[in-house]
Design a protein around this ligand. Structure first.
Ligand code: TYM
Length: 338
């Protein structure tokens, strides 16, 4: 089938489950800011995704505001990007149901993130956790988004989104939904845990020393980098020398992403450097880049009513795009509207 041309449009989202990490910042938020102004950009706090695992109701609203504060503090501008939380636009859930009826159980069974999260407990997790990638496809396709910036861990879900769009288009003999491109580029697509370079840095790790939180103050950021696990060898002379050294590679990639350079350029600047040189340089850089953002986040968090106002205004704009697309989808499927 030849593809209809869709207007370039970016959509992406972050779950408000636990605090934002350096992984969310470098793999997502910083890149969201970079795409702002280049095409239409829509960024969501995906609270309906968060409740696929238990969330304390009082905490959920606060965490939703905290992700929004992270977006704003990092430079997303509500006059340039649409910022909102998912549950304020009910069309997400409605299209999600239709996609539950398009996606195949066999496809869901291949989702590695579900397997990792459910582990040996798969019988006891929520049905929502299993169906989650179909809701994610709805988030994206509800806006006919053509580009989705995400970290490496979300690649499979964006590929599933393409499969859902293709099957819908094929089943209903239409070209209604675009085949969205995952945008996964740059040095920070998979930031690893600071205590174990083989595990992803995540919100839910056991020890706070494994991750940098976007709310950490300057002293905490510096301490965590200085204590980060490394092997004893100094940095290599070329970037190839990082290939079997996950912790070293991670720290070099973090430096590169924070400073908008490639890992090659970092190694060219610090060839053969010892950790006693590189770690303090990384800590200084991280503090210079992150501390102003965490201060700005605290400023936004001090005025929750203003965050709520911004999310509400964003939801109005999001609905204006989403609702006509949902109505057309209903018509294509044959759901009666009187
Ligand atoms: P979530 O909330 O787990 O993560 C949000 C974004 O942060 C990226 N990320 C990382 N990138 C690099 N290194 C890391 N250690 C790291 N940890 C997290 C993620 O790749 C993601 O881009 N299902 C999604 C949320 C979602 C979504 C969407 C995304 C729902 N609907 C539609 C895009 C489009 C999730 O759970 O991301």
């Amino acid at each position: 089938m030849t593809q209809t041309t869709f207007t370039p449009r970016v959509f992406s989202g972050i779950k408000p489950s636990g605090g934002l990490t350096l992984g969310n910042y470098l793999g997502a938020i910083k890149r969201f800011v970079g795409m702002q102004g280049q095409m239409e950009t829509i960024y969501c706090v995906v609270d309906m995704h968060a409740i696929t695992v238990w969330q304390d109701p009082k905490e959920l609203a606060n965490m939703t505001r905290e992700v929004a504060a992270g977006y704003l503090a990092a430079g997303l501008d509500p006059s340039q990007s649409i910022l909102f939380n998912q549950s304020q636009v009910s069309a997400h859930a409605e299209l999600g149901w239709i996609f539950n009826c398009v996606a195949r159980v066999g496809w869901m069974n291949r989702m590695t993130q579900f397997k990792d999260k459910a582990g040996s407990n798969a019988e006891k997790v929520s049905l929502g956790l299993y169906a989650y990638p179909a809701l994610m496809a709805a988030d994206i396709l509800l806006y006919h988004a053509t580009h989705v910036p995400v970290g490496e861990d979300q690649k499979q879900h964006v590929e599933l989104t393409r499969d859902i769009a293709s099957k819908f288009n094929h089943d209903f003999k239409t070209e209604f939904f675009p085949l969205t491109t995952p945008v996964i580029e740059g040095p920070a697509m998979r930031i690893m845990n600071l205590r174990d370079g083989t595990k992803k840095m995540s919100k839910s790790g056991e020890s706070d020393m494994e991750r940098i939180n976007m709310t950490d103050d300057a002293d905490t950021i510096a301490k965590k980098f200085k204590k980060a696990k490394t092997d004893p060898a100094p940095l290599p002379e070329t970037v190839e020398g990082l290939s079997d050294r996950p912790e070293a590679r991670n720290l070099v990639e973090i430096y590169a992403a924070l400073n908008d350079m490639t890992a090659e350029a970092v190694i060219a600047e610090y060839p053969g450097a010892g950790w006693g040189t590189f770690k303090p340089a990384l800590a200084d850089l991280a503090v210079a880049k992150l501390a102003p953002i965490s201060e700005e986040m605290a400023r936004f968090m001090a005025d929750p009513a203003e965050i709520d106002r911004i999310l509400g205004a964003g939801a109005v704009k999001a609905r204006a795009i989403a609702e006509p697309i949902l109505r057309q989808t209903y018509d294509i499927v044959g759901l009666l509207r009187s």
